[in-house]
Ligand binder design. Structure first.
Ligand SMILES: Cc1cc2nc3c(=O)[nH]c(=O)nc-3n(C[C@H](O)[C@H](O)[C@H](O)COP(=O)(O)O)c2cc1C
Length: 318
């Protein structure tokens, strides 16, 4: 069954397919963003690219399709809004903090802003601050999590039933069935991090991609809770030392050694952000193929649910 999407997210962002890659610094580069956009989905630039106008322009040399960008709340003031507008970047997510003052400046310049939230309370605050939509992040996802650590199955319906804003679900989504589940819970788009790490375009060493593909859903741990910034990572000898420990300054050292992991594939260097959904991922694919399979799986699941529950015309048996 061919799938078409027509909802608040596709209309606001001007795209066919409301699937976003996570804006992963050092992982997502211009060819990655362009491949997502060319597939009709939403290529998201990480903050590191947004701060370098040449990288924004590099994306534009590869695609004229709509693309988006992530901005970290604490440094949102430093975003070159004029460059974003000049290069036709009309969608921004703000994350890792309260809604920044810079949001109204971006909106005045014609940019649609979704804020990343991890609780009903933060979603309500974002609504009051006037954002255009939300990215709702569940605790099962990779990298920095909300201190509340609420899983997607609980958080998403809580937010979508009480806050009237378009929502993009993020955390634990790697295929069409999970996308259908998120839509059943009120989402109008999905964002994938861990699934996109195991992609041909991800600019990380193969060892990291193999680690994602090989990981079971029990192979991730949450560290850095004591800094009020829980971080879901792959369990390694290095990261296991920080489980329930006070990290303090050592956290900065962990962060500083991430480039060795990304470039040389040393999994004991720094930490590899990986979500629980890694347990479902069994191969490295081009991002366009991930998008295609996710949409096909979504269509298959909603078609089957409709048929099984008497809501769609039953095909005559051959
Ligand atoms: C390597 C990596 C880096 C990330 N960096 C960011 C970031 O800079 N800003 C942000 O809002 N989210 C970031 N995320 C988190 C994702 O946006 C998203 O919340 C998460 O990956 C979704 O869960 P999933 O991994 O189960 O798909 C990152 C995720 C990964 C795996």
């Amino acid at each position: 069954m061919p799938v078409t999407f027509d909802n608040r997210v596709t209309r606001l962002l001007g795209v066919d397919t409301p699937i976003l890659n996570a804006p992963m610094g050092g992982v997502v580069t211009a060819p990655f963003v362009a491949a997502m956009a060319q597939a009709g989905a939403v290529g998201m630039m990480p903050m590191a690219m947004v701060r370098d106008p040449d990288q924004i322009r590099a994306v534009r040399q590869l695609t004229q399709q709509p693309v988006g960008a992530n901005v970290h709340a604490r440094i949102a003031d430093r975003v070159p809004v004029d460059v974003l507008v000049e290069e036709g970047v009309r969608f921004v997510t703000t994350s890792l903090g309260p809604v920044p003052d810079a949001v109204s400046r971006m909106q005045d310049a014609g940019i649609t802003v979704f804020h990343v939230v991890t609780s009903l309370e933060s979603a309500r605050r974002a609504l009051d601050a006037g954002v255009d939509g939300l990215v709702v992040e569940g605790a099962e996802g990779a990298a920095l999590r909300g201190v509340e650590e609420i899983p997607m199955m609980v958080l998403l319906p809580l937010v979508t039933s009480r806050v009237d804003l378009p929502c993009i679900a993020s955390g634990g989504i790697a295929d069409g069935a999970a996308m259908a589940a998120a839509f059943a819970l009120g989402a109008e788009g999905v964002l994938m991090g861990t699934r996109m790490l195991a992609s041909a375009e991800a600019a990380i060493h193969d060892n990291y991609k193999v680690a994602v593909v090989s990981a079971a859903s029990t192979d991730t741990i949450v560290i850095n809770r004591n800094n009020d910034a829980p971080l879901r990572v792959l369990r390694t000898e290095t990261t296991a030392q920080y489980l329930d420990a006070t990290i303090g300054n050592a956290f900065k050292e962990l962060v500083a050694s991430i480039p060795r992991l990304y470039q040389e594939g040393d999994l004991e260097s720094g930490f590899a952000s990986v979500g629980m959904v890694a347990g479902h991922i069994d191969g490295v694919l081009p991002v366009a193929e991930i998008v295609r399979r996710t949409v096909a799986g979504f269509g298959e699941v909603i078609g089957r649910l409709g048929r099984d529950h008497g809501l769609a015309p039953v095909e005559p048996r051959q």
